[in-house]
Design a protein around this ligand. Sequence first.
Ligand code: 3PG
Length: 208
Amino acid sequence: MFNARPAFQSRVVPVIIIDDVQHAVPMATALLEGGIDVVEITLRTEAALGAIEAVAKALPEMHTGAGTVVRPDQVQSVIDAGASFALSPGYTPALIDAVKAANLPFIPGVMTPGEAMQAQTMGFSLMKLFPATQAGGIGMLKAMQSPLPDVRFCPTGGVKPDNLQSFLSQPNVAMVGGSWLTPAETLAAEDWKQVTALAREAVSIANS
Ligand code: 3PG
């Protein structure tokens, strides 16, 4: 179902900006070793579709999502590559039509109550709050809890180890996203131990 919650367990979704397809499988393996069973590989680089394909093929236990899906024509491409769900910084009616037609689980991005209400009328209850910090962060989440009690958020943008627990403890937060687990310099250095360490740290904060 297009509006079903993707099946991953982790409450931390690494947001990946990948430049080298060869890094995809070792990076995802390192995240799994650190206890994270989901990746959002963003369509912001030439390597993205190849990286989705490589991870989906090599690591079926990893829930491989496509991020930064902003156009309807990208929906079939990410499905063909093997993505099991997609996320977007926002949504358009055409994009929603495409994910519904393809039955691809999808997390639309919102930044305002009106956008959240519109997404609800389109059948979604789990949404990415993006960019979370600029949207008001924890204060915004608290303010939306009472008027929109059925909406669950994945705040993304500015989430870090030092504020992770505060975000995750909000009753309307299902999970968070962030790029801090896979810094560009760590991927460039192929420091997979560091990726595992960052994942372990995040899982330990999330479980505390
Ligand atoms: C995203 O791409 O979804 C966000 O830019 C990630 O934000 P962060 O880099 O602050 O974690």
